[in-house]
Design a protein around this ligand. Structure first.
Ligand code: NAP
Length: 483
């Protein structure tokens, strides 16, 4: 299978926060891989910017190290690395001060695509936008990429949107959610809208429920103080899980263009019911052996922040009324796994007796650790002995089905950065989408704070608090195992 690479013209990409963790782990390695794929043409400039005093040579060294650490060995070649780093430069710039900006103005060109990646904390987004404008650096078609978290609540997201809107048009703002850059997430749209098979069944008449799990094995150690102000609802549900819900639940857009897709996603968020307290389970991990508890990791003995959250969501619209969406995410769980399961209803009349009960079809969409999809169908167990049924997967592991082409499954960040360069906003969140997601999230957080709800403790390595299991058990349903 030949992979098509869409060529782009030379561009200027400025990474504010160019020495940070995200730049080193994701952005620079991703750009290198795109360079190897022939997508970064000669004449492109990649400019790292931060307050540290680095020379171009230092920055190229930093890039060599990050490629050495985060790019698979088979994609690394000394020659390619040297050609790639030759496009890299560094400027010492403080987002909160005026020094360095005139150097940047001299370096970036206005007659090529300009991308300014704000890979810094959100309090710097506004000051960066202002200075790009005040120093007459950004051209009319410049694009800015902003990282998560986009706001802490509705009011702060609105304030941030307004601040950016003073200097950039919505069509220039790319709010990144790297979940949307995953191959499988985009495949979800392909599977739904490019096949006749699923769409007729994709509604409450045929879908019993949907479950989405994003589980991690790591705790919050190292960034506990930051996480403690956020919690699973703000850190994962409001953005990543919400985006997955939107892609599963949205109506087919009339065209596959950014605003048609984002209009449909927005309608989903606006149709979400506020979740009743009975349908939310919040948890905090306990200590285990030498591993500290959440309370120790957060260094806040009074913390009521959740490191785990499960909830039952209802979407009040024609398509989904009556089909619950169960979401679950947490730290220090049994396995690292991101998965969506679309669980179909039983056939209306089962002719095979008891042994056929509860064998509902499932479409499983695996996002992590290995991307792929599989469909569970019921067949007859082979051999004599009557009509015994069994489930088998119609497996579509991308690695197996695509062969060598699977090597070209790009990391989410590099795909999204190339989308910015091409000017495609489809996989980025629009301002009104982010605000709608906060408008749905805020009242629930305020309510549990007002009630003083305490998160339920759970054991590390488990699948969360017992109550989270009950959320489904009490309705005769089961979570899929976290393995
Ligand atoms: P980080 O490791 O703390 O790096 C921050 C970067 O910003 C450094 O290069 C720092 O360099 C620079 N910086 C700080 N203050 C600055 C200022 N006043 N002016 C100019 N540059 C400044 O942070 P990170 O993990 O890379 O995260 C960056 C952003 O991405 C954050 O918004 C974060 O929430 C988001 N994010 C990160 C990840 C991840 O995996 N790391 C994942 C999702 C989202 P100097 O101190 O030398 O200036």
């Amino acid at each position: 299978m030949v992979t098509r690479v869409i060529p782009v013209d030379p561009f200027d990409l400025v990474i504010f926060g160019g020495t940070g963790d995200l730049a080193r782990r994701k952005i620079i390695p991703g750009l290198y891989r795109r360079f190897v794929a022939g997508q970064i043409p000669v004449g492109t400039r990649i400019i790292g910017a931060a307050r540290g005093a680095l020379t171009d040579a230092d920055y190229r060294d930093l890039a060599r190290k990050s490629i050495g650490e985060f790019v698979q060995e088979k994609s690394r070649s000394q020659e390619k690395i040297e050609s790639f780093v030759a496009a890299l430069h560094f400027l010492k710039i403080d987002a909160m001060a005026e020094n360095g900006w005139d150097d940047l103005a001299k370096m970036v060109r206005k007659d090529v695509v300009q991308v300014f990646y704000f890979s810094v904390g959100p309090r710097l987004f506004g000051p960066l936008a202002k200075r790009l404008n005040d120093h007459n650096i950004s051209a009319d078609n410049a694009r800015i990429v902003v990282e998560k978290p986009f706001g802490h609540d509705l009011a702060s997201a609105q304030a941030l949107n307004q601040e950016l809107a003073e200097y950039f048009d919505e069509s220039q703002i790319y709010r990144i959610d790297h979940y949307l850059g995953k191959e499988t997430v985009q495949n979800l749209m392909a599977v739904r809208f490019a096949n006749i098979l699923f769409e007729p069944l994709w509604n409450s008449q045929y879908v019993d429920h949907i479950q989405i799990t994003v589980s991690e094995t790591v705790g919050v150690g190292g960034r506990g103080a930051y996480y403690d102000k956020s919690g699973a609802m703000r850190d994962m549900v409001q953005n990543h899980l919400m985006q997955l819900v939107c892609l599963i639940a949205m109506e087919p857009p009339a065209q596959f263009d950014p605003d048609s897709v984002r209009d449909e996603k927005l309608k989903v968020i606006r149709a979400l019911d506020t979740v009743s307290p009975n349908d939310i389970v919040r948890g905090q991990y306990r200590a285990q052996g030498d591993n500290p508890s959440y309370i120790e990791d957060s260094e806040n003995p009074e913390s009521k922040t959740e490191s785990f959250l499960a909830m039952k969501l209802k979407i009040s619209n024609w398509r989904w009324n009556g089909t619950p969406f169960y979401l679950r995410t947490g730290k220090r769980l049994r396995a690292r796994k991101s998965e969506i399961a679309v669980v179909f209803k039983d056939p209306p009349h089962m002719i095979f007796g008891d042994n056929a009960k509860h064998r509902c079809n499932q479409l499983l969409i695996h996002l992590q650790p290995n991307e792929g999809m599989d469909m569970r169908v019921t067949i007859k167990e082979p051999g004599p002995g009557g009509m015994r049924l069994m489930d088998v997967p119609l497996d579509m592991s991308f690695a197996e089905a695509l062969g060598e082409a699977a090597d070209n499954i790009t990391d989410a960040y590099e795909r999204l950065v190339m989308d910015v360069i091409r000017g495609d906003q489809t996989l980025f969140m629009r301002g009104d989408e982010v605000e709608a997601a906060w408008a749905w999230t805020d009242p629930m957080i305020e309510a549990w704070k007002a009630r003083g709800d305490l998160p339920k403790p759970y054991d590390p390595g488990s699948s969360g608090p017992e109550d989270a299991l009950m959320l489904m058990h009490k309705e005769g349903r089961r979570w899929r195992e976290i393995t």
